[in-house]
Ligand binder design. Structure first.
Ligand SMILES: Nc1ncnc2c1ncn2[C@@H]1O[C@H](COP(=O)(O)OP(=O)(O)OP(=O)(O)O)[C@@H](O)[C@H]1O
Ligand SMILES: [Mg+2]
Length: 359
C-alpha cells in the first residue's frame, strides 16, 4: 500500500495561518468562543472540519466527534447484534441469504484452519498457503488479483491486502508477510470487485465506494440519511480516508457529486479538493452510475436487521450493478457531517436528534 505521510499539528496550524481561504483571526476567535458556549467544550472540529474557511458560515450545523460518537450511536444499535455487520464473515453469512450482491468469498481462515468450499484444512507453512491461493486463481481464470481482509477488528483499510496472481511466483516477500499476518487471526479471501468504468475515470487505483448511512425510525421505517463517495488519492487500492482517501458528498436525489473533496487534515492539511489530485476529474456534477439501484440496495439491506438503526454502509458500483462491501455499526459520522455541509442541515439527521431529545 502507498505510504501515507502525516503532517504534525504544528504544521497544520502554520498552514491554517497561511491559508488564503481562512477567516480573519478576529472572526476565528469569535467563532471559537461562540462554539464553546454552544457545545460547552473546546470545538476541535472547528479545525478538523475546516470551519475556519471563509465560505463556511453555518458553523453550528456541524458536530464534534465526541457528540457523534458518545451521544448518538450507543442509543440506536442493539449491542448484542452488532457483530452481524462488524464481523465481515458473519456479515456475508447473514446478508447473502437475501439475494444481495456481495463480493464472493472463496476462502476464509481462523489461525491455521482454512475453510474453502465447505471443507476445512490445516495449513502450517507458506508453500501450502500458496497452493490454496493458486487453486483459487485456477478455478477463477478471469481473476488477476484477490482481496484478503481481516474478518473483524480492522480499521480504515489498514488490513485490506490486494494480492496479484503473479505475486505467487514473483514476490516471496509479499506472500510471506501476508501468510504471517493471516495465520495470526481470521481473514477472508475475496473476489476483487471490478468497478464501473465511470468510477475508474475518477480514480482507477482503488475501488471507490459510496458511504451511505441509514436510520430506522421508531416505527421501523428505513431512511437513507446521506451519501458520499470515497476514492484513493495516493495510488492506494483502498479508498478509506484514514488511508489517504478523499470524500465528496453526493446529492441523494440526482446522484450527482457535490463540489468539495475532503481528505483527512492529517494527510492533506488545509487543502480542499475540487478535482481529483491524480486524474484531474472535476467532482461537481459528476454523475454516479446505478445510483438509484444503489439506494434501493441499501434500503433493502438496512431493513433486514431492524435492531441496527444507525449504520454506515460501503457500496461499490460494479460493472453492471451495485455491490455491497460492508456495514459499520460504528461508522465515522464526521465524514457525513462534512459532506452534508453540517449534519444539522439534513432533515433525516434532525429526526435522530429529535428522537434523542437534542432538538
Ligand atoms: N472485494 C473488494 N474488491 C476490491 N476492493 C475492495 C474489496 N473490499 C474492499 N475493497 C477496498 O478496500 C476498502 C476497505 O474495505 P472494507 O470496507 O471491507 O474494510 P475496512 O473499511 O477497512 O473495514 P472496517 O470498517 O472494519 O475498518 C474498500 O472501501 C474498498 O476501497
Ligand atoms: Mg469500509
Amino acid at each position: 500500500m502507498a505510504n501515507l505521510v502525516k503532517i504534525s499539528k504544528k504544521e497544520y496550524l502554520s498552514q491554517i495561518i497561511n491559508d488564503p481561504d481562512r477567516k480573519s483571526f478576529y472572526k476565528m476567535i469569535t467563532d471559537i468562543f461562540s462554539l464553546m458556549l454552544f457545545h460547552k467544550r473546546f470545538p476541535k472540529h472547528y479545525f478538523s472540519k475546516y470551519l475556519y474557511k471563509k465560505y463556511i458560515t453555518n458553523i453550528k450545523d456541524y458536530y464534534s466527534e465526541e457528540f457523534l460518537y458518545y451521544k448518538l450511536k450507543p442509543f440506536l444499535n442493539e449491542q448484542a447484534i452488532v457483530e452481524t455487520v462488524e464481523n465481515k464473515l458473519y456479515f456475508d453469512f447473514y446478508y447473502s441469504q437475501f439475494n444481495i450482491r456481495l463480493p464472493k468469498i472463496h476462502m476464509y481462515n481462523h489461525r491455521n484452519i482454512f475453510v474453502k468450499e465447505n471443507e476445512y484444512s490445516e495449513i502450517n507453512n507458506i508453500p501450502d498457503f500458496k497452493i490454496q491461493l493458486e487453486n483459487i486463481f485456477m478455478q477463477n481464470p478471469s481473476y488477476d488479483s484477490l482481496i484478503v481482509k481481516k474478518t473483524y477488528g480492522s480499521n480504515g483499510g489498514d488490513q485490506v491486502y490486494k494480492i496479484y496472481h503473479h505475486q505467487l511466483t514473483t514476490d516471496d516477500d509479499a506472500i510471506s508477510k501476508l501468510y504471517t499476518d493471516v495465520i495470526k487471526t481470521g481473514f477472508l479471501f475475496q473476489e476483487t470487485v471490478k468497478q464501473h468504468p465511470e468510477l475508474n475515470k475518477l480514480n482507477p487505483t482503488s475501488l471507490n465506494t459510496i458511504r451511505f448511512d441509514t436510520y430506522i425510525d421508531k416505527e421501523g421505517k428505513v431512511e437513507i440519511i446521506s451519501a458520499y463517495l470515497r476514492m484513493g488519492t495516493n495510488n492506494a487500492h483502498v479508498d478509506n480516508i484514514s488511508s489517504g482517501g478523499c470524500q465528496v458528498g453526493i446529492w441523494l436525489q440526482s446522484g450527482k457529486m457535490k463540489r468539495d473533496g475532503f481528505s483527512s487534515y492529517r494527510s492533506s492539511g488545509t487543502k480542499v479538493y475540487t478535482r481529483h489530485p491524480l486524474t484531474g476529474v472535476v467532482f461537481e456534477d459528476f454523475k454516479i452510475p446505478f445510483f438509484t439501484e444503489a439506494k434501493e440496495l441499501i434500503i433493502k439491506t438496512a431493513r433486514c436487521m431492524p435492531g441496527l438503526r444507525l449504520v454506515g454502509w460501503d457500496v461499490a458500483i460494479g460493472e453492471s450493478e451495485p455491490v455491497l462491501i460492508e456495514g459499520n455499526s460504528d461508522y465515522a459520522m464526521s465524514g457525513n457531517d462534512m459532506s452534508e455541509g453540517g449534519y444539522r442541515t439534513n432533515a433525516t439527521f434532525r429526526k435522530i436528534l429529535h428522537e434523542l431529545n437534542y432538538l
